[in-house]
Design a protein around this ligand. Sequence first.
Ligand SMILES: Nc1nc2c(ncn2[C@@H]2O[C@H](COP(=O)(O)OP(=O)(O)OP(=O)(O)O)[C@@H](O)[C@H]2O)c(=O)[nH]1
Ligand SMILES: [Mg+2]
Length: 439
Amino acid sequence: MFKWFRRDKAAADAKTTDEAAQPDVALSDVPHEAVAAPRDLPAAAGFGPANGDGDSTAQSSVLHSEPDAGLVGDRPEAHVSGDIRTPVDAPAISNVEIEARVVVEQISADEGRAPEQAVSAEATAALHPEPARRPMTLRERLAASARALSATIGGLFKRNPKLDDALLEELEMALIQADVGVHASAQLVGDLGARMRKREFADGNALLAALRTSLTGLLSPYAQPLIVARDKKPFVILTVGVNGAGKTTTIGKLAKRYKSEGHSVMLAAGDTFRAAAVEQLKTWGARNDVTVIAQGSGADSASVIFDALQAAKSRGIDVLIADTAGRLHTQGHLMQELAKVKRVLAKLDDSAPDETLLVIDGGTGQNALNQARQFHQAVGLTGIVVTKLDGTAKGGILFALCSEMKLPVRFIGVGEKREDLREFKPREFVDALLPADLG
Ligand SMILES: Nc1nc2c(ncn2[C@@H]2O[C@H](COP(=O)(O)OP(=O)(O)OP(=O)(O)O)[C@@H](O)[C@H]2O)c(=O)[nH]1
Ligand SMILES: [Mg+2]
């Protein structure tokens, strides 16, 4: 009885003070969060489970629909029978909880605020902190590809298999299915088989460790981020690739990257095929605060990029990045147009472009190899960016690309935002796709 007297008295006191300070505050005015917040306020605000069993789920639904009238000074009728917080249920609320609640009410009264406001402003902030916005790890970004590779290969090794040719065959199939490519898979498994026959592996775990090392070793020579030479001004990057591969987005990301490294950057709107393409590049230019050189749509792509190179030279720009229209690698005349762009640039600067960068959508799977071969044949690639690895299960294609093309992988795209361009780090990549602990 005494406990309840103290509680009601404190509520009444709080009400008096509150009415003076906050006459209009009613339960219905309290933001939803303020009502919902006490879910996680076990004792401090007197929101402990009414039935004392700690079932916060049950409690939270009650608090959503029937906020504790005891905290709202003007709702004494809530103490009538049937409410789970009536004196009938009162013994379930501990002494400590009630004491704590009195303290909360007292503090609020001292500060001239309604108790529920105190909960909202202070306890909510403390007990419901904003979820920390940490950048996603590569493993999280590559979750779909990781599932594809780990599910099949993990299954193999979890069965604790005998180390024999049948296992190697299954392993090869699993790698091919995960888009690692026929050639790379055969080579990897061939090497592992030779070592297995020399009894280098005590068990499946040792074989898995060797596979991870081999996969990392396969990628390592090609992980070469595009570092802009300081003594070459402007350093010219020509981006090429099929429609929708992510060229323009990658240019936006590169502009941010090079600007943040202290370079001055200019963009050339060489995709004159669609009006929207120029606008898209201008948007990226505005976002990064860099100049975009453009002409109307339908203009000659080579002439736009040539103009841009002239402008970049005269303005002493460090990096010029040229966009081009997406084209199918099978469209010979369009591939020739790219070759023309290169020839025209060379008239002004015989080393330009300094980088001919193929942008490939990682979700294309094995077709990425055909694209890479044909673009390389037409314009002589010097680097590759693989995009959209965040949304595909086909990330294994990086192994096939490295093994077949033997070209530097400059960056990988793992999202649509400016920050979502990462350096390609083979160990991190293999860890993400095929972790040591497959469990
Ligand atoms: N999830 C994800 N989306 C991406 C990534 N890179 C690009 N995109 C998206 O892919 C779509 C096509 O990107 P664009 O940059 O316009 O591709 P493009 O190669 O310039 O296309 P065209 O100019 O039509 O040839 C856009 O919706 C981009 O936001 C990436 O790394 N991850
Ligand atoms: Mg584009």
